[in-house]
Design a protein around this ligand. Structure first.
Ligand code: AMP
Length: 275
């Protein structure tokens, strides 16, 4: 794979890369389409990365359907599917990890210690194999995108990072491979994530600037269904990804939410620009 990708570079081909964990849906395919806009060759990787899962998390039962994924990638005219084995990526004597210090500390980083270290390590390895000109990540995992952007700056990767918008189901639920874990009832109740984000946006449009007040209203919506257990709701600055008490005009923010629906942990977010 490494020499194949070096050959593409020598031929002057612009490579667009979309790293995924598979069980593909329209969200992943939207990243492929973004990559295509700026690339000659599209490479998608599917690798359920063990180092980003805690022992208590869902590595073993993470959904997989490689045959269906291949059909979807062929239908999108993806040029190369990179499907490495865990033993190739992490041989027995593997001992080097990449760790981004600050932007990994809170939110997902606090709730899932070691998660981002696993993410940055695998993305760094994949970047060194694929050597892409651009790589596309989803806003769905907003903090992950911020972490990757920081890693690319700090480690001087010559790779353009594109962050593509969240793709949602028609009723508003953000697409996720993990949505298959939801029962029929939970699937309906999971809509509270999107409703609470919509509520926050309306409050901000109506002039609310106190993030505590906004988060309380979001919590009420989340707690209105029985299966929900909020993990966190935070409003953070768009650039630095730091928590804010008060919103300022002409600034951009992420509203982040992580919430269990039954035993499934879902995340969602939206970007608001305060006028
Ligand atoms: P995953 O396979 O869950 O690791 O996701 C691979 C990439 O797809 C990540 O960059 C995600 O942020 C992105 N992604 C996942 N779900 C969505 C979605 N609903 N819309 C846009 N991008 C997504």
């Amino acid at each position: 794979m490494q020499s194949f990708c070096s050959q593409l570079k020598r031929e002057g081909k612009k490579t667009g890369f979309v790293p995924t964990m598979g069980y593909l849906h329209e969200g992943h395919l939207s990243l492929v389409r973004e990559a295509k806009k700026v690339s000659d060759t599209i490479i998608v990787s599917i690798f359920v990365n063990p180092t980003q899962f805690a022992p208590s998390e869902d590595l073993a039962k993470y959904p997989r359907d490689i045959e269906k994924d291949k059909v979807l990638l062929i239908s999108e005219n993806v040029d190369v599917l990179f499907l490495p084995e865990a033993e190739e990526i992490y041989p027995q004597d593997f001992q080097t990890y990449v760790n981004v210090q600050e932007v990994t500390r809170d939110f997902e980083g606090e709730k899932r210690p070691h998660h981002f270290k696993g993410v940055t390590t695998i993305v760094a390895i994949l970047f060194n194999i694929v050597k892409p000109d651009c790589a596309v990540f989803g806003q769905k995992d907003a903090q992950q995108a911020a972490v990757i952007i920081q890693m690319v700056i700090d480690l001087k990767y010559d790779i353009k990072i594109i962050v593509a918008p969240i793709v949602r189901e028609p009723d508003g639920l953000a697409m996720s491979s993990r949505n298959v874990y939801l029962s029929e009832k939970e699937r309906k109740e999971a809509l509270v994530l999107h409703s609470s984000l919509n509520c926050a946006e309306s409050m901000i449009r109506a002039g609310e600037r106190n993030t505590g007040v906004i988060v309380s209203s979001m919590m009420e919506i989340i707690k209105s269904v029985r299966s929900s257990k909020p993990d966190y709701i935070k409003i953070v600055s768009f650039e630095a990804f730091t928590e804010q008490d008060h919103l300022q005009n002409r600034m951009k923010y992420y509203i982040l939410i992580a919430c269990y629906i039954g035993s499934t942990r879902l995340i969602d977010n939206t970007v608001v620009e305060v006028s």
